[in-house]
Ligand binder design. Structure first.
Ligand code: ADP
Ligand code: MG
Ligand code: MG
Length: 918
């Protein structure tokens, strides 16, 4: 018989940590904590219904496998035996929680129901047993609220307008009651109040949802189980998976667990903690708790959570008593448990615990989400502590997270001089600036218009994820370091400040006021320092951080460089970019685009000369223009070669279609006509002659060099002269001449003749015996990849231009994908945007084939990649497996590519010894 239910509790468990796919992350870890001989922690007993049941449920029209009921009943009996209580027993009722648990944690995305099993009869039993009617009614009113919200409203697919859901209505009713009694906190409500609330809530259920709250405990249990399965396809969960790129097919498990109560009085509490600081990586136990509270209270920001120890104090909580002070013995037990957990899992853990009348229970543990700074620091610290080895340390940091170490900071001088308008908790590091918006929907709308926004809310909920994703940063007035906003922002590496208590937000009015009296409206600029947790008014300039002062980063990257096989180069067109890339660890330039000098700052003169060349009609005219232009080309190339002393620089010959440079404005045309000594009519005729229907497939790249060999000649001469002169002055230039947009070896051989001739001339003229250089080509047309064996007869290196190669392999114009690619992605016709991550199935095949054929002609053919993909971790790993010598990417992504290359080598090494490459 197939097993759908796995028991855990009292030192035993059917499952374990390795069974995440089947039991979900939460279920697998509950089993591990309860049953592993090295742990055997106090976990309330329960059982996990597998993810396979979820899959079954959706495949078989929302039904369960026949065997399920009996298996659930058997496991429930096991739990009852341990707890010495019975589910639904009027005298001594067992209460249960029904919890979701996907493979990968989705904080707050799916729903949980607590206190299942309470009704008008069992509540009396609970009172009799505990002698605590206040607690019993508190638990009961929570059940009615959660059940109505999760099971009766959300899971049934009712979709009330925002703020009109049953939970919100009940919350309002609760607030009203507090106000009427003049109470500050939920805990001030009397037994009578709570009892009344239960009745009121039940009435509300009937009125709002048209059905009775089910009194039958079994009905409640199965309702809860079904609701968890339904929540897997709830709007929030689907959205979250889309952003996190988790497959929809995984399904969630359901964990049914006996309840323990943090709301039984002053000797009870509930909390969440991290084994290390997830914001900085510092090796200190860090967390928050609430006395006399249950479940979500800590995360929901209803009361200000208290610090578990002195280290965890912050601006809001600094005067509140710590768990260490209030319950020293429990704190010590918790401290020891978290140490054991970290040692057991060999990674930072995020834990949930509850204290019921002085007894500690563990409710959850999972690998703690951390920001990039903390990821690097914990990896390196744990290596030093001998908790993990060097390979694990390198594998543990997600390459993309390194970005967070290079996050901009506010210009320190200006920051020091700017008054702080509000202070909160630093939940996500780095700086960000943008215009204030107050709702997720506004954030989405403003961002769609290209505006940078900061989402400001009292607190965020899973409904806000879309807007949070679109915002530059998130700022909340309530909630602690473990609140929803903090968790989600941390996962994304987004700048975030939470618990900014001084902010008075009027969402309806689209405005806010700070304690100091600063008033802001929607659209006003603010700047956040997420590392410190402070807010400034206005649009402050941001600057880049100094990586050389991050010791952990330096240690990690030294390991990375030892472990990787592939080199990492950068795409850079200016000496400034080149110098910066060297700082980031670039080992050469993989793409220097000569046309860069015709764009942007300082381009006036060279652009004019280029235009003059383009508009030339005769060879003599063109040569004269080229001669003038060559001074600039040579100067530009020389400056970059000089910076890259001793490192290879791949210089691409002119690539774009000429008509891209034809001036449009009348006065520019006029000036050009004058310079060329022709009239406007003639000039316009020449410009028209350059018009193409499809310029990207037109007269560009090597085709220009074929029709105008003098253009190639000028560029090649500039390169050799620049290099020759640098050699004369004791420098070490290593130019690599790259011919773009080729499709046949004949193009390469024809251009090579020019290169050979000019080379000799320049050597003689400059007076050097030899200028080391390579001659090669971009492979960006499928035909070039297919005929790579021939191409390599002349080319000494290949650089895969994967932007164009993707364009031409798919037949997708990169500039026009906006019209259809979103549908391809949402309909899952393509798994990812092929312009971001190499399409291994198609484009990757061409690359693999090209490399194989190229190297069969020329064994030592040097191969690299220079498209946007060179900085995408998945693509970098593909390049390693394909046997490339290097990847090239923008300067900022160089460290990411280095780390991805090292991980690729390690992952590869698991299967076979890392391949030796030249
Ligand atoms: P999430 O995945 O959103 O964290 P959980 O299943 O962990 O959801 O549960 C939500 C809250 O309910 C948590 O604070 C958790 O500690 C609490 N909780 C869950 N099960 C129990 C239980 N058996 N006893 C007491 N509290 C519980
Ligand atoms: Mg949880
Ligand atoms: Mg190209």
């Amino acid at each position: 018989m197939k097993r759908y239910v796995y028991f855990f509790g009292k030192g035993k468990a059917d499952g374990n940590e390795s069974m995440k796919n089947l039991l979900g992350g939460k279920g697998a870890n509950l089993a591990e904590m309860a049953g592993h001989p090295a742990l055997r922690l106090p976990v309330p007993p329960g059982f996990t219904i597998t993810t396979e049941v979820c899959t079954y449920y959706y495949e078989k029209k929302r039904t369960y496998p026949r065997e399920l009921k009996a298996q659930v009943e058997k496991a429930l009996a096991q739990v009852e035996k341990i707890m010495n209580k019975r589910f639904g027993d009027p005298a001594n009722p067992l209460l249960l929680s029904v919890r979701s648990g996907a493979r990968r944690s989705m904080p707050g995305m799916m729903d949980t129901v607590l206190n299942v099993g309470l009704n008008d009869v069992t509540v009396e039993g609970l009172i009799a047993r505990t002698g605590n009617p206040r607690f019993a009614y508190d638990a009961y009113r929570r059940l009615v609220m959660m059940y109505a919200d999760v099971v009766m409203e959300k899971a049934e697919g009712r979709d009330p307008a925002r703020g009109k859901g049953i939970r919100k209505l009940m919350d309002e009713r609760l607030a009203e009651m507090k106000r009427a009694g003049g109470f500050q906190s939920d805990t001030d409500l009397t037994t009578e109040d709570l009892k009344k609330l239960v009745a009121i809530f039940k009435d509300m259920v009937k009125q709002e949802l048209g059905r009775e709250f089910p009194e039958d405990p079994m009905k409640q249990l199965w309702g809860g189980i079904g609701a968890v399965f339904m929540s897997w396809n709830g709007k929030r969960a689907v959205e979250y998976r889309r952003i996190e790129k988790s497959p929809d097919a995984w399904g969630t498990a359901v964990n049914v667990q006996s309840m323990v109560f943090g709301n039984m009085g002053e000797d009870s509490a509930t909390g969440v903690a991290f084994t290390r600081n997830p914001g900085t990586g510092e090796n200190s136990f860090y967390g928050e708790y609430l006395v006399n509270a249950q479940g979500e209270d800590v995360v929901a920001g209803i009361r200000t959570p208290q610090p578990i120890n002195a280290y965890s104090k912050n601006e809001q909580s600094k005067s509140l008593p710590t768990l260490e002070k209030v319950m020293p013995a429990i704190y010590k037990q918790l401290f020891d448990i978290q140490k054991r957990l970290e040692k057991h899992y060999r990674d930072m853990q995020d834990i949930e615990f509850t204290i019921e009348r002085g007894t500690l229970y563990m409710l959850q543990c999972r690998t703690g989400k951390r920001n990039g700074v903390a990821a690097v620091r914990t990896a390196v610290d744990m290596l030093k502590e001998k908790l993990i080895d060097a390979k694990t340390a390198v594998l543990r940091v997600p390459p993309e997270q390194l970005v967070e170490l290079f996050l901009p900071m506010i210009d320190p001088k200006l920051e020091a001089a700017t008054p702080v308008i509000a202070k909160g908790l630093p939940a996500g590091p780095g700086a960000a600036k943008g215009r204030v918006v107050f709702t997720s929907a506004e954030a989405v709308a403003w961002a769609a218009k290209g505006e940078k926004v900061i989402l400001v809310r009292e607190e965020t909920s899973p409904e806000d994820v879309d807007g949070m994703h679109k915002a530059q940063a998130i700022l909340t007035s309530k909630g602690g370091m473990t609140s929803h906003a903090a968790l989600v922002a941390r996962g994304w590496g987004k700048c975030c400040i939470v618990g900014c208590a001084g902010l008075d937000i009027a969402e309806d009015n689209k405005s806010l006021r700070t304690k100091s009296g600063v008033a802001l409206r929607e659209g006003d600029w603010i700047t956040l320092n997420g590392t410190k947790g402070v807010v400034y008014q206005g649009n402050l300039p941001l600057v880049e951080p100094d990586l050389n002062r991050n010791a952990s980063y330096k240690i990690l990257m030294a390991l990375v460089d030892r472990m990787r096989v592939m080199k990492v180069r950068t795409n850079a067109d200016t000496p400034k970019d080149a110098a910066q890339a060297i700082q980031f660890g670039a080992e050469g330039i993989g793409l220097f685009r000569t046309e860069h000098m015709f764009y942007g700052e300082g381009s006036d003169k060279p652009l004019f000369l280029l235009r003059k060349m383009i508009m030339s009609k005769t060879l003599a005219e063109r040569k004269a223009a080229l001669a003038e232009l060559s001074v600039f080309v040579k100067g530009d190339i020389k400056a970059t070669l000089e910076v890259m002393h001793g490192l290879p620089v791949t210089i691409r010959l002119l690539d774009p279609p000429l008509h891209e440079f034809v001036p449009h404005s009348a006065d520019r045309l006029e000036a050009l006509a004058q310079e060329l000594g022709v009239d406007m009519a003639e000039l316009e005729k020449r410009a028209e002659g350059l018009h193409e229907n499809n310029p990207m497939l037109g007269h560009r790249g090597v085709r220009l060099g074929i029709t105008y060999p003098e253009i190639t000649e000028m560029q090649v001469r500039a390169i050799f002269e620049a290099a020759g002169e640098l050699i004369k002055s004791g420098k070490k230039p290593l130019p690599e001449i790259m011919v773009p947009v080729t499709c046949t070896v004949n193009e390469l051989t024809e251009q090579k003749a020019i290169v050979d001739r000019v080379y000799k001339e320049v050597c003689a003229r400059v007076g050097v015996k030899k200028i080391p250089y390579l001659y090669g080509t971009m492979i960006e047309i499928p035909r070039a990849a297919l005929t790579a064996g021939r191409m390599a007869e002349t080319a000494e290196f290949f650089s895969f231009g994967t932007n164009d190669l993707t364009q031409m392999t798919f037949g997708f114009s990169r500039d026009d994908i906006g019209g259809f690619l979103p549908d391809y992605l949402s309909n899952k016709i393509l798994p990812v945007d092929p312009f971001q991550t190499i399409d291994q199935e198609g484009v990757g095949e061409l690359i693999a084939l090209g490399i194989k054929r190229g190297r069969s002609t020329r064994a030592h053919l040097k191969v690299g990649i220079c498209g946007e993909h060179g900085g995408d971790p998945e693509s970098v790993k593909f390049c390693h497996r394909a046997g490339m010598d290097y990847v090239s990417c923008s300067p900022f992504r160089v460290p990411i590519a280095r780390l991805a290359a090292a991980q690729a080598a390690l992952e590869d090494g698991k299967k076979s010894a890392p391949k030796k490459r030249r």
